[in-house]
Design a binder for this molecule. Structure first.
Ligand code: AHR
Length: 527
């Protein structure tokens, strides 16, 4: 019998709500159509923002939203996106599909969106093609109430009071699309930009330095970047960004289908998703060398699955469907972030609507909530709760170890990725537990446990032991389906949260000093 042991008396780090954050880029149909339709649209909107999308996101719980990119950020000039809309400059979105960007969604619109969502803005500045002055003025424009040309300009554009903006990224992927810089050059530039990105009035900034990207390159873990950047700029940064995408295949050209995939691909995807744990551990170990106190936090501001685009869709739009496989990638990843909440302050799944692993897909006025949406909705109880000490004794997934996954495709992982013992990461030495879980406790003493069963066909019974008292079960919900099941515009509820009753409670030691609550839980396959 598998076991999950939770000690309700052993409190660990606080799980920052920002681990449940999202990312919106000017890419494909994420901003335009997905979120912003403009005031004159027939789609119901408030100040141009889709009502249905905003409502669904609020119900899911969205603590912060990153914008305007991604690669787009280092080509974005914020002054093009303010003032009278008809006079705003048009540009070509070079990175994503070569479409005309009319700049009708700019700073004011993004901050209006955050107001409607009641979430914190996270703005990514342009270091790649912008100037120090441009970045400095953007922050001044948004947050200053001093007498200054930028404050004046904001007022002319209809916003009297300064906005509150805390999270500010200084460049994005500057080792790649953000300027192809080397780490030492980026560090020097960072110092310069960070110096002039100032705090006005009571606005405290949380400055985020560009960190390594691992999954979407063949450059391995890029630990050297972390070493160099942390060595040089840790005293001037509050956050260090990391990116990792889960791509089932080994080839960037042919990543695999989002819906039409084999069991091998299912398990490869989950194994590769759990690599996030190693990524965090290895980068955190380097960060600690230069920041013993862990003051600089990891901002994992791009993660999620990346497949081939939906057939017939614009390849530059990165539109993909989302199945129970993605739900499991989300739950495993969120469990990992929760367990590293001593150093991970924020994580942003890419991207919020219509791009990569989205929580919402739209088509005209229609909207569909993906399995990933339901995971975020279910997990919101972990936000700002305290992680509890817990461990599990469960079997490893054996699928693929003896079959062609192990024999034909040993190099499913990044060939340059080497583990602590200097062995390449492969299916055999990156084991996948059948279950994954997080346990947290809130200020009222309520415990919240999430458990995932990765097995595609096997229900798993487990004894969940909660040490430290007798507990009642207040509510339980489940998300389950076939590993390739998904929601679509004409079948919206194939996969959705349902009440869960497959558990039985026993209390051991009632009336004695040491009490344990044991829940015998049976989790359906792929749940
Ligand atoms: O999310 C898509 C792209 O992936 C982002 O623009 C970039 O930062 C990353 O390479």
């Amino acid at each position: 019998m598998t076991r999950i042991i939770i000690d309700s008396n052993k409190k660990k780090s606080k799980i920052s709500k920002h681990i449940y954050s999202h990312f919106s880029e000017h890419l494909g149909r994420c901003i335009y159509e997905g979120i912003y339709v403009g005031k004159s649209s027939e789609i119901e909107n408030v100040n141009g923002m889709r009502k249905d999308v905003v409502k669904a996101l609020k119900e899911m719980g969205i603590p912060s939203l990153r914008w305007p990119g991604g690669c787009f950020a280092d080509e974005y000039h914020w002054k093009d996106g303010i003032g009278e809309k008809s006079k705003r400059k048009k540009m070509i979105n070079n990175h994503w599909g070569g479409l005309v960007e009319d700049n009708s969604f700019g700073t004011h619109e993004f901050l209006e969106l955050c107001k409607q969502l009641e979430c914190e803005p996270y703005i990514n500045g342009n270091m790649g093609s912008g100037t120090v002055q441009e970045m400095q003025e953007w922050v001044e424009y948004m947050t200053s109430s001093d007498i200054s040309p930028m404050t004046e300009l904001r007022r002319e554009n209809g916003q009297e009071d300064p906005y509150k903006v805390k999270y500010f990224g200084i460049g994005n992927e500057n080792w790649g699309c953000g300027g192809n810089m080397c780490a030492s050059y980026y560090s020097q530039e960072y110092k310069k930009y960070a110096t002039y990105v100032r705090e006005y009035g009571g606005n405290k900034l949380f400055k985020i330095a560009c960190g390594a990207g691992v999954g979407n390159t063949i450059n391995g873990l890029n630990l050297d970047w972390t070493e160099e950047v942390m060595k040089n700029v840790s005293h001037l940064a509050d956050g260090y960004s990391l990116h990792y995408y889960t791509v089932p295949s080994n080839s960037w050209e042919c990543k695999g289908s989002a819906t039409d995939f084999t069991l091998d691909e299912y398990y490869i995807t989950l194994r590769k998703a759990t690599w996030i744990d190693e990524i965090i551990k290895r980068h955190a170990a380097i960060m600690k060398k230069y920041d013993e106190e862990k003051r600089v936090k990891i901002i994992f501001d791009e993660w999620g699955t990346w497949y081939d685009v939906l057939e017939g869709s614009n390849p530059g739009f990165l539109f993909q469907q989302n199945t129970m496989r993605d739900a499991l990638v989300a739950s495993l990843s969120l469990d990992i972030f929760n367990k590293h909440s001593d150093i991970v302050h924020m994580a942003n799944i890419a991207q919020i609507v219509n791009v990569l692993q989205s929580v919402i897909l739209t088509e005209g006025d229609k909207i569909v909530l993906t399995p990933t949406y339901h995971v975020f909705k279910l997990y919101q109880e972990h936000q700002e709760a305290t992680l509890l000490e817990s461990f599990q004794t469960v079997d490893k997934v054996t699928y693929g170890i003896e079959t062609n996954l192990a024999t034909d495709d040993k190099s499913i992982f990044n060939p340059n990725a080497i583990d602590r013992n200097n062995t390449p990461l492969t299916a055999e030495n990156l084991p996948l537990d059948e279950l994954s879980h997080t346990a947290s406790i809130n200020e009222l003493g309520e415990i919240f446990v999430t458990i995932s069963n990765c097995c595609h066909d096997k229900p798993i019974s487990t004894n969940m032991v909660i040490l430290g008292g007798s507990f009642e079960v207040v509510a339980a919900e489940i998300l389950t389906g076939d590993f390739n099941e998904y929601n679509d515009f004409d079948a919206k509820n194939n996969v959705c949260l349902k009440p869960f009753k497959q558990y039985k409670k026993t209390v051991i030691g009632e009336g004695l000093e040491v009490i344990q609550t044991v829940l015998h839980v049976t989790l359906p396959k792929c749940s």
